[in-house]
Structure formats: C-alpha cells, structure tokens
Design a protein around this ligand. Structure first.
Ligand code: PEP
Ligand code: MN
Length: 339
C-alpha cells in the first residue's frame, strides 16, 4: 500500500496517517518529495485495506502496490534520491567519483593513492579493509588497522570513505571509521547483513550480485530500505557470462533499466566490470555516457605489486586522465541524463 498525500497536506496530517499505520502494527516510510509526500507501508503479509486511509485528512490516494518492490520504486518517490555524505553527494547533478585501491595494503600505499584521488577533485576514497577473496589463502585485508588508515585519510584529505563490510560485525566497525558501507557482490543476498545495513545511519553502496537479475538486485535494496535506511547507491559491477575476454560482463543496460524503475542513484564499476586495466577507461566513459550517477574505480600507485586486483588497477596517471575524460562526457550529457 502506498499513500499519496495531497500537495498541500500538513505535517500534522502526515503524522495522522503515520499513526494509523502504526496502530495497524505496520511500518510507515515517509518520503517527502518536490511536489507531494508519499508514505510507503511495509510489514503486511496480505493486502492492506485502503479504506483505513482514504478518508483521512490530507490523503489524496491510497494505492495498492502490485509490484514486488514498494520502496525503491518511482511510484513512491518520483524524484531521484540524492545520497548525501556530508557536503558530497551521489545522485545529484554532480558526477560522483569514488576511487582508490582494491585493498588498503600499507600506510605508504594508501596515502600515495589518496593524494592523487584528492588532487583529481574526487570526493570519495575507496579501499577494502576486509576483502572477500575467492581463496582463503589470498590477502584478506588489514582489518581494523586498515579502517584506521582510512579514517586518517578522511582527516587529512577530507575524502569520504567507502569501504566494505563483510558481515554484521564489520558494519559496526565501518560505522566507526567510514562514511559509506559497501556491500559486495558476493553478499548481495546476505539477508541478515542487508537488514543490519538497513538499521545503519550510513549510506549503503549495494553492488549487484555476480549472477543477480535486476529484480533480485532491487529487492536486495528493498531489504535495506524496509528497515528504514533510504540512503542507498546501486552499483553495476558486471555479471558472469560466457565471455572470456573480460573478468565480468559490464551490463550497462542496467543503468537505464534501473532508472526506469527506481529513484535510487546508480553508479558503474568499470574495474570489476572488466578486470583488465586497458578496458577500464573506455567502459568508464561508456558508463557515464549511459547516464550513471558516478563511478567507482580501482587505482594503485604500483599496480604490479598490488596485493589484490592489480590487473584491473589504473596507474595514478591513467586515473587522472580518466577523470578528465569522464568529466567532459558528463558535462555534455548531464542535461539528458534525467531519462
Ligand atoms: C571490491 O570492490 O573490491 C569488490 C570486492 O567488489 P565486488 O564485490 O564487486 O567484487
Ligand atoms: Mn577489487
């Protein structure tokens, strides 16, 4: 059920609807918009009777939701969500650039890369402290020590920190040191982790699963929203296909597909999406051209010595070049990006 308030509905009228929803032991999700406020309802197993709401003051419409998602949808919120991290944004007119190494390896490595990221004008620094590696014998990240280095980078360069939580205890730690919690592709359907992320006050960067359909991905975001965290950034990072020339197949059609259904911002990861250094910049350009709200890119000061994902890391010079190219594209397509 979705309650659409009249354009001139007062806050008291909105609170009145919220109380009725709570009395029914359901959960209200108030979404103020540019022209009207909508209130999503979750927690119901069967259909909710619209007659509970239709005659309440300020209510324009009580609409039954037949789609599987109730909160990520444009029906609830026709305006795009802008995720705000301090004074930086994802989903606004500004192209968001998140850049940094796959993993935080050492102080020297992290600071050398952060300095270049800061210089490029990007607002976000990425770097894994907890790494989801295919092999248990591969470098697993520095753990909390890596998070502490990230917090120092935030302090020194003013960059917002995007870093992955592998499990629920990881969320507690990232909340302590970071600004945006990344949920990785392998964890996209880790439902207890999604629920925990939904109770966090930090925005969530939700990567698409290795073989997730659009619906599965959006429903994973729905898990987070249903708990009350509405600050979610979707990230297309490539899916498994039969292609052998790339690590993953970057599904750029997912960007306009998400746009048509959801108010959430969506960014592109051309690093995991290709797995190969020479493909990263061309696919980053394409991602921006197709209307992504931003990019997340892996950069390393010494890619040949990287402890993870070296093959897809850009050098600092290549990264600088990428930023100037994607900014130029963004300027040209920005007015058309709102499809
Ligand atoms: C990463 O960002 O380094 C990462 C592990 O990403 P993904 O979950 O998309 O593989
Ligand atoms: Mn990586």
């Amino acid at each position: 059920m979705l309650i659409v308030m009249k354009a001139d509905a007062t806050e008291t009228q909105v609170s009145g609807v919220v109380s009725v929803i709570q009395e029914l032991r359901l959960k209200p999700h108030v979404m103020p918009g540019a022209t009207r406020t909508a209130i999503g309802i979750t927690g119901n197993q069967g259909a909710v009777d619209p007659s509970h709401f239709e005659n309440l003051p300020g209510v324009a419409e009580a609409i039954r939701v037949s789609k599987p998602y109730k909160l990520i949808t444009l029906d609830l919120r026709p305006d795009k969500t802008v995720v705000r991290v301090g004074d930086a944004t994802i989903g606004s007119d500004e192209l968001a650039i998140i850049a940094g190494p796959c993993a935080i390896e050492s102080r020297a490595q992290a600071f050398a890369i952060a300095e270049a990221v800061r210089r490029s004008g990007a607002r976000f620094f990425r770097g894994g402290a907890f790494k989801p590696r295919t092999s248990p014998y591969a470098f697993q990240g520095l753990g909390e020590e890596g998070l502490k280095l990230l917090a120092e980078i935030r302090e020194m360069y003013g960059l917002k920190i995007v870093t992955e939580a592998l499990d629920e205890s990881g969320v507690d730690l990232v909340e302590k040191y970071g600004d945006v919690i990344q949920i990785g592709a392998r964890n996209m359907q880790n439902f207890s982790l999604l629920r925990r992320a939904g109770r966090s006050s930090l925005p969530i960067l939700l990567k698409r699963g290795l073989s997730a359909t659009l619906d599965e991905w959006l429903l994973a975001a729905e898990y987070i929203m249903a708990e009350g965290n509405y600050q979610i950034i979707l990230c297309e990072r490539g899916i498994r296909t039969f292609a052998q020339h790339t690590r993953n197949t970057l599904d750029l059609a997912a960007i306009p597909a998400v746009r048509r259904l959801s108010h959430l911002p969506v960014i592109v990861d051309p690093s995991h999406g290709t797995g190969r250094n020479f493909m990263v910049t061309p696919l980053a350009r394409a991602g921006v051209a197709v209307g992504a709200d931003g990019l997340i890119v892996e950069v390393h000061d010494q890619p040949d010595h990287a402890l993870s994902d070296g093959a897809q890391a850009l050098t600092l010079d290549q990264y600088e070049q990428l930023v100037s190219e994607v900014r130029a594209i963004h300027e040209v397509i920005a007015p058309a990006a709102v499809v």
